[in-house]
Design a protein around this ligand. Sequence first.
Ligand SMILES: O=c1ccn([C@@H]2O[C@H](COP(=O)(O)OP(=O)(O)O[C@H]3O[C@H](CO)[C@@H](O)[C@H](O)[C@H]3O)[C@@H](O)[C@H]2O)c(=O)[nH]1
Length: 464
Amino acid sequence: MGRQHALLLPYPAQGHVLPLMELAHRMVSHGFTITFINTHFNHARLLSAMPTFCSNTNPSINFISIPDGLQPGDDRNHVANLCKALMTIMPLHLEELIIKMMHEQPEHDKPTCLIADETMAWAFDVAKKTGLRVAAFWPASAATFTSMRNIPKLIQDGIIHQHDGSAKTSGPSGEIFRLSPGIPMMNVNHLFWNCLLDSESNKVIFHCINTNNESIKNAEFVVCNSFYEAEKPVFDYLNSSKILAIGPLLSGRRFGKPAGVFWAEDTTCKAWLDEQDVNSVIYVAFGSLAILDERQFQELALGLELTGRPFLWVVRPDITGKAIIDLPKGFKDQIGDRGMVVQWSPQQEVLAHPAVSCFMSHCGWNSTMEGVSNGVPFLCWPYFADQHLNQTYICDVWKTGLKMISDENNMITKDQIRDKVEELLGDGEMKKRALEMKEMATKGVDKGGSSFQNFNTFVSAMQV
Ligand SMILES: O=c1ccn([C@@H]2O[C@H](COP(=O)(O)OP(=O)(O)O[C@H]3O[C@H](CO)[C@@H](O)[C@H](O)[C@H]3O)[C@@H](O)[C@H]2O)c(=O)[nH]1
């Protein structure tokens, strides 16, 4: 058996690149050579966040890039425009790349398979055409995956409209349904494609998902960054040997360094955490895409001040969508050493630090899995996409967190922030359950665990 050469293609966003890069490192440890295909735009970001990025990486991983179809200066956080551009332009570049590699590389080094993000399912058609084996990577929950695969059923059951996936029956809290007993309740208005900030984007993504539902039939496996024990009813409902839970990929104990981040990590917060009491620090971070309006941003700062507790707050340079970020007047003096603000943290290490007591999060799936695998309870502040459903898992299924709730002015107030922190940290049962989840997650990835075994099944099958 020769050394297998896998092409890995992420959706071009931080929450997708990071876990796929971790998968690349794990595959290398099982004898694969990897070509990791970023967009030109993200490749440049990775290099500017860490100039030694490529040279410091495992020599069995080769980084290359192709165009994403957008122009310089275009907004790449606009999910619908990005997806449209990717689907139109990228297939040609990917096909050209594969054909070139097939021609130019020596026999023992030719690519053998493509593992692409499920949201880039058009790539499976390209791979099939060029004779590569295909697997899909799904970076989020199996519940979200299931909701997308069940679009035909939701249409048939009269839950969503066929033309755009929106709710058929409307009400103040949307229509709530359950796909099958044990699966978390879902709100039609919170389905992934109904939650992308504007109706045009929702429609575009709904159509992408329908196209992907066809292309994914080409994939031999779907490897999912979740673990069986976290979503047992969903995996049982899917009842497919093709869908393999192999997560959590990103925890405190990662294989892969460098991390593959788009912003330089501020590692000074680790020394600051070392000086804090055990189980004392509120960690606040909203992933790579969420935006807070300026009023809400200021209120959050005041809320953290009001808690009187130490906090570590990730304020991404684009968190308010504006070039300049204004903290409330006098905030830094008021806070002194009690709080630390960074632009980007080494999050997996932060969450594994004993000083961290809770995680105020937008509930992106990676952040959710990272909190879970470190036994950290959550304060949930979802923004869009799958994050409401992830909140349902945290608060209603695993019961390891509390929901932050907007008031009539669409604000999460400073008083609520203080009160929810106190409620969460005063609830010993919540922490106990979080530690139980941690134990399950850890067991899953340890030798002999469910994710460990699924990963072995996957790599062995792709090596035949
Ligand atoms: O200061 C920070 C903040 C975040 N992260 C990392 O960045 C990743 C963020 O991923 P995630 O929590 O999933 O959030 P998003 O960046 O918002 O991810 C997008 O992709 C996810 C996977 O599909 C979806 O679940 C989200 O809704 C979607 O917004 C995580 O690994 C974090 O550890 C850092 O390393 N440092």
